[in-house]
Design a binder for this molecule. Structure first.
Ligand SMILES: [Fe+2]
Length: 159
């Protein structure tokens, strides 16, 4: 079992215990969707894809596990730290990189480091792909436009 599979096992364990089936469905679609978008963007940008995928899987975990989105970025980062430390398969600098990206992911207006940016863009991208007819909020407009440019996606959808 590789490290991505190991983390996925932990995430599945948490999500399977969510009692609200609608929220559980949203959690699976969003967390794994963001993880896949992370893989694509990380490979494209030459960022460590394994850590990016793991950050994607864990980035909103507290919001779903606690069914409470308040302060979900720092709280999910804290939860990710505990989970990754308990696994004992990661170096401290890897845990720090993943947790920093998670803690920063709600700040879509600021441009941070490469791994942080992969996670933020993957978060935006999952929403764009989930419903291409939905317009993003103002705070995400320029990020969506940059992403479309980067990926060469032009058209009336994915506004
Ligand atoms: Fe998210």
């Amino acid at each position: 079992m590789n490290r991505i599979e190991k983390v996925r096992e932990k995430v599945d364990d948490i999500l399977l215990h969510m009692t609200d089936s609608q929220e559980r469905r949203c959690a699976y679609v969003h967390l794994y969707g963001v993880a896949q978008a992370c893989a694509l963007l990380a490979v494209r940008r030459g960022v460590e894809a394994e850590l990016a995928v793991i950050a994607g899987m864990l980035h909103d975990l507290h919001a779903y596990a606690a069914m409470d989105a308040r302060d979900h970025a720092p709280k999910s980062a804290e939860m990710a730290r505990t989970l990754l430390q308990e696994l004992d398969w990661f170096r401290e600098d890897e845990i720090a990189a993943v947790c920093t990206a998670i803690a920063r992911h709600s700040d879509k207006q600021t441009v941070h480091g490469p791994l942080d940016e992969v996670l933020k863009d993957a978060d935006v991208m999952q929403h764009m792909l989930y419903d291409p007819l939905q317009e993003g909020g103002d705070s995400q407009k320029s990020r969506r436009a940059r992403l479309k440019e980067e990926l060469g996606v032009h058209g009336v959808l994915l506004s």
